[in-house]
Ligand binder design. Structure first.
Ligand code: F6R
Length: 364
């Protein structure tokens, strides 16, 4: 049931404040301001590496998770595309653990990667949305995303719930490994707890984002740029746009611009820049200047501080609230999803059932 929404995707975008809140509450104790102890088949403090593998949007959530685990818990992570991981014969030490991320819990390549790790004898956790799914059953432990059923083929709420689980786990890993003090834990848990409220605020930007989508729908190619966790998010933005609007899009690390993609920049290829005002904001401003100097049109997704400090003439600026650093990937997912959604609506495509795609990819 779509309720009063035109599409399941729109409904699922709007459910995010609630399902993020449910998911976080499973991993965090908001009253105590702590992460919950989990019954895991390994100890974070004994690990030397985590292998994270998944497909599509779940892979991009994993790629953001890598930044969190490495930064907060000083724990190295390999984030891999499952179709590559399953054949790569990656050496796994006995002190590694494997985590698989999947909405459906049935994705063939992700399941095959899980079975590879099983043969290698390392502990296995699964971050899945569908309870009782094959991946959930074959893992040693299931770490649920509480997104509820996701009907739209393009993943939205499952993605932000995957991010919520990965962020919570990374904080927990940091606590157990001693890289996060009890005081820092309280601050991080408080910041995560604010995600649903900020997500609700961002949903109110709908009419502005819809107007930007009318502009975007006039182009055939779009480039997304970001640094740090906004780099995988740039790839997620590009994936979302191409799968439902059929506009060709690519996501790049902003620093890679001058190593190739800048050759593509002209007035016919808008560049969507995802750049909150963080410690590397100025670097991204330089990239935007490079784009502007070549006649490229910029759609900037930033916060209030970023909008003040961006010394470029953007075609459009979407201004989000200033949010704590740890939740930026979760909050910045929303304008990315809304932009793809409204662009597809303008293009008149089948938003919930895009051509050639299936919700659950059970064949290789
Ligand atoms: C994109 C999308 C796909 C899935 C991918 C993995 O919007 O939905 O890229 O993320 O097919 O599916 P799951 O998470 O079910 O393993």
């Amino acid at each position: 049931d779509k309720g009063n929404h035109r599409h399941f995707m729109e409904k699922e975008i709007h459910e995010q404040p609630e399902v993020i809140s449910h998911t976080l509450a499973h991993y965090l104790d908001f009253v105590e301001g702590t992460t919950r102890a989990l019954d895991l088949p390994f100890e974070f403090k004994n690990l030397d590496r985590i292998a994270l593998s998944a497909c599509g949007t779940a892979f991009l959530a994993s790629s953001i998770g890598k930044y969190w685990f490495e930064r907060l818990a000083r724990l190295p992570v390999d984030a891999d595309i499952a179709s590559e991981f399953r054949y790569r014969e990656m050496p796994l030490s006995k002190n590694s653990a494997a985590l698989f991320v999947s909405q459906s819990g049935e994705t063939a390549d992700t399941l095959a990667s899980l079975r590879y790790c099983r043969r290698e004898g390392i502990p296995i956790g699964a971050i899945v949305n569908v309870r009782g799914s094959t991946i959930a059953r074959e893992a040693d432990v299931t770490l649920p995303t509480l997104a509820g059923p996701e009907i739209g083929v393009a993943s939205t709420k499952a993605f932000t719930c995957q991010l919520s689980v990965l962020a919570s786990l990374a904080v927990r890993a940091g606590v157990e490994r001693g890289t996060i003090s009890p005081e820092q834990e309280r601050v991080l848990v408080r910041h995560l707890a604010e995600a649903p409220r900020y997500a609700s605020q961002v949903l109110k930007l709908e009419s502005q984002i819809e107007a930007v989508a009318h502009e975007l729908a006039r182009y055939r190619h779009v480039l997304y740029l970001g640094r740090d966790t906004n780099y995988p998010l740039a790839m997620e933005g590009a994936l979302k746009l191409k799968e439902i609007s059929y506009i060709h899009a690519e996501g790049y690390a902003a620093g890679e611009l001058k190593h190739g993609p800048i050759a593509l920049i002209d007035e016919k290829m808008p560049v969507i820049v995802i750049a909150p005002h963080d410690r590397i904001f100025e670097k991204t401003v330089s990239n935007m200047q490079e784009v502007a100097a070549r006649g490229g049109k910029i759609i900037l997704i930033t916060d209030k501080k970023g909008a003040e400090h961006a010394t470029i003439n953007a075609m459009e600026t979407i201004v989000l609230p200033d949010v704590p650093e740890i939740i930026t990937p979760i909050i910045y997912s929303l304008p990315i999803q809304m932009l793809a959604y409204f662009t597809a609506v303008v293009m008149g495509t089948d938003v919930d059932q895009p051509r050639n795609l299936a919700k659950s990819v059970t064949v290789e």
